[in-house]
Ligand binder design. Structure first.
Ligand SMILES: [Zn+2]
Length: 293
C-alpha cells in the first residue's frame, strides 16, 4: 500500500475488466468445475441482492461451469440456476484455503462437498460487490439486463449502432456498459491510444475510418490482455497489466516517443499521447477546460 502516487484510490481502483474476468472464469471452471455445492454463506448483510430463488435450491448440485458477461462472473449450478457475481472495484473471487469464521474482507462463501471453498472478498470501505441468484437464462435479468454487446465479440455494425445511440465522449462511451460491455478505465485508455483517437472526441464526430480503427483496437487490446492474463495463476493487479499509456503519465509513448499525458479526475485519470491521438494538442488538466469540448 502507499507505493502509488495516486493514493488509496489507485489501490481500490484496480477493477478487473473483460480479459481479467474471462481468464478468471476459465481458471475457476478448470479448478472447481464439477464440484458439488454443499452450502452458500453470505458473510455481509448486503451481498445477496435477490430473495428468490433461494441459494439452498442448488445445494447438492454441481458447478457446471463459470462463464462471463461484461465484467461479471456467472457460476452455473445444476440445470438452470446461476449465481451472478459482480466484483465491482475491489472484489475478488478466490479459493478459500483457511475458511476462517470471519475472513478479512469476506463477503460470501461457496463451500463444496469435497472440502474446498470459494470466497468473495472486497477490499476498500465501499461494500458494492454483489451476488444475484437467478433462475433460467440470466442474460435478460438483473443485473445483466441492459448490458451492451460484449466488447470481445462486438461487430463493426453493432459498434456503429452503439456509437450513434448517444452522443458522448469516446472515453465515456467505452466505459459505459450499456454501449459495449466489459471495458473499464484501463482498456478505454489503451483502446483510444491504439486507435489513434482522442479520448474526448464526441462519438457523433467519428468517421467511418475512425470506427474501423476503433473496432480493430478494441479486439486487438482485448486479445493481447487476455493472452497475458491466461499466463497467470490468479487475477492480475492493474499496475501489472501491460499497457502503452494507462497510468504511465510522464513515461515515453512506445509508438512515437512523445511523453504520455494525463487528465486527472477524482476517481480516475484519462491517459493519452498528444502526438498519436490529438494532433499534438495538449489537453488541459481539469474537467472544465474548453479544450475538452
Ligand atoms: Zn505516441
Amino acid at each position: 500500500m502507499g507505493r502509488s502516487p495516486h493514493g488509496a484510490q489507485a489501490t481500490v481502483g484496480a477493477m478487473p475488466e473483460l480479459p481479467e474476468v474471462q481468464a478468471h472464469a476459465e481458471r475457476l471452471t478448470e479448478q472447481f468445475g464439477g464440484a458439488e455445492l454443499e452450502r452458500f454463506t453470505p458473510l455481509s448483510f448486503s451481498v445477496l441482492k435477490t430473495v428468490a430463488p433461494s441459494p439452498e435450491a442448488v445445494f447438492g448440485t454441481r458447478l457446471a461451469g463459470v462463464g462471463r458477461r461484461g465484467k461479471l462472473l456467472l457460476l452455473r449450478f445444476g440445470d438452470d440456476v446461476t449465481f451472478v457475481v459482480h466484483l465491482m472495484q475491489g472484489g475478488r473471487l478466490v479459493p478459500d484455503d483457511k475458511q476462517s469464521s470471519k475472513p478479512r474482507n469476506g463477503m460470501a462463501r461457496w463451500t463444496f462437498a469435497d472440502g474446498r471453498a470459494l470466497l468473495l472478498t472486497e477490499a476498500g470501505k465501499e461494500r458494492k460487490a454483489g451476488v444475484w441468484v437467478v433462475n433460467g437464462d440470466p442474460l435478460g435479468q438483473p443485473p445483466l439486463a441492459g448490458l451492451g454487446v460484449d466488447a470481445d465479440t462486438v461487430t463493426r455494425t453493432q459498434l456503429d449502432v452503439a456509437l450513434r445511440a448517444k452522443n458522448q465522449r469516446l472515453h465515456g462511451f467505452l466505459r459505459d456498459q450499456h454501449g459495449v460491455a466489459g471495458l473499464g478505465r484501463m482498456l478505454a485508455n489503451e483502446i483510444c491510444h491504439t486507435a489513434r483517437l482522442s479520448p474526448f472526441v464526441m462519438t457523433s464526430k467519428l468517421s467511418g475510418d475512425d470506427v474501423d480503427r476503433l473496432e480493430s483496437a478494441i479486439h486487438e487490446r482485448i486479445a493481447s490482455a487476455l493472452d497475458h492474463e491466461r499466463t497467470l495463476d490468479a487475477m492480475s493487479k492493474s499496475a501489472d497489466r501491460p499497457g502503452a499509456v494507462h497510468r504511465r503519465k510522464g513515461a515515453t509513448c512506445p509508438v512515437c516517443g512523445d511523453e504520455v499525458r494525463a487528465v486527472e479526475y477524482n476517481a480516475y485519470e484519462v491517459d493519452y499521447c498528444a502526438t498519436c491521438q490529438t494532433g499534438g494538442k495538449v489537453l488541459a488538466d481539469n474537467t472544465t477546460s474548453k479544450f475538452l469540448k
